[in-house]
Write a protein that binds this ligand. Sequence first.
Ligand code: FAD
Length: 445
Amino acid sequence: MKSSFQSSVVNTLAITPTRDEAIARLAAFMPNVSGYAKGRNFDRPGNQAVSEASPFLRYRLVTEREVVESVLAEYSYESAEKFIQEICWRTYWKGYLEMRPGIWERYKVDNQALHDNLEVDLQNRLEKARRGQTGIDCFDDWVQQLVTTGWLHNHTRMWFASIWIFTLKLPWQAGAALFLEHLLDGDAASNTLSWRWVAGLHTRGKHYLARADNINRYTDGRYNPQGLLNESAAPLPPDGAFESVPFAKVALLRDVHLPSLSCCPAGLLVIPDDLTPESGELSETPFSSICVLSGNDVMDSFNASPKVRAFCEGAVADSADRLAAHWDGKVTECQGEVIPTVGRASPDNVGRRERMRVYGGSVNCWVDGVVTWARNEHLKSVWYLRPPVGPWGDAMDDLRSALKAQGIKVFEYRRRWDSLHWPHATAGYFRFKDGLQDRLNRLLG
Ligand SMILES: Cc1cc2nc3c(=O)[nH]c(=O)nc-3n(C[C@H](O)[C@H](O)[C@H](O)COP(=O)(O)OP(=O)(O)OC[C@H]3O[C@@H](n4cnc5c(N)ncnc54)[C@H](O)[C@@H]3O)c2cc1C
């Protein structure tokens, strides 16, 4: 049974942010996987050539592993190769940013500096672009589509970013921020690194130039911005982000074990970057209490639009409902500052599922919300799937310190999928892709 909280946020969206919806959409797309390579570059209204699965994958309402597994249950690797490779672009970008968190830090600093020192001319040009009033029809329409639907086709995102950077000569960071604000799938790694890729900052010296002929062809003639685009711009000069960032290794997390008595009561914290912990390594661990929260402060940090907030909140509510069903518990809704105390968890209720409580909802201050939950529940340890570099990742240092200050132990886990693939995201995608099939064989058998 769905909570009333969930149905109220879901009503404001055109797509339902639930795992059931993700699975149903992927099942409906499955017959189209064979035609994916041929059709994926066309941006056609209502076309079935791409999956539109990205908002679901972004919050891991369904995981990359699950999608690849279900594709390989129906297709050979060779016949579904292009689709599998595209799914794995997401994995590659995440691994790449995870090992170069300085790129994300630098992006945030640059954006703030831009905002603090905005000259009038640039401010006016940015406003025109953000409102879709540049006079370039296709671009102006895409801005409207971005704002009203929260989604753009991949090829359109490439044209958009290229026109923004090379024709309108606007800072790429401001374009990336506009995408994060409005995309339902807005994701620190895929977004920041794709903008850098278009600008020529990822593969040094190689940039992506939008051409009128190409737009005309792949929009079936709906747009033809002949003479309006800068089709001969040079890539942006290197910005030093590669050099200045330490190359941090991704830590392999320990195998999951049952909480020892000294760690009980143990709580599971579910972070919006991965909303399906019941599928995977933590699925059998007996927790005393579960908390699935989104935070207004985290959403504010990237100025998330009401649609993005509604999608995330709906996904959080869906996760709370599912986890309650999986761990045989009951959902208690949290809102604002309120994390109710429902009862006291104790070491003896580990595994006694009739007493499991699942807290879900949206709070104003995410770290405070989680700490209040852990304190109210008298938890001795908090377990979670570690969020990747991005807005939730940004809050983790504060959260770890706050929990430790309460004497609560923290256990972080990473999915095997990520641990296996991320360390290979050291250079370009083509090198990552080289060992992909072998790695999938090892993981999936
Ligand atoms: C400038 C720019 C910004 C982008 N920002 C984001 C973002 O914030 N969040 C986001 O999820 N994607 C982003 N992308 C990647 C890509 O455009 C979307 O993932 C894709 O359009 C989603 O549509 P789909 O689900 O129909 O993709 P499909 O073509 O059906 O592909 C299936 C899945 O594979 C993954 N995928 C496909 N192409 C890419 C790609 N190029 N990079 C990463 N993953 C990919 C996605 O998870 C996608 O859902 C960006 C691309 C560009 C060029």
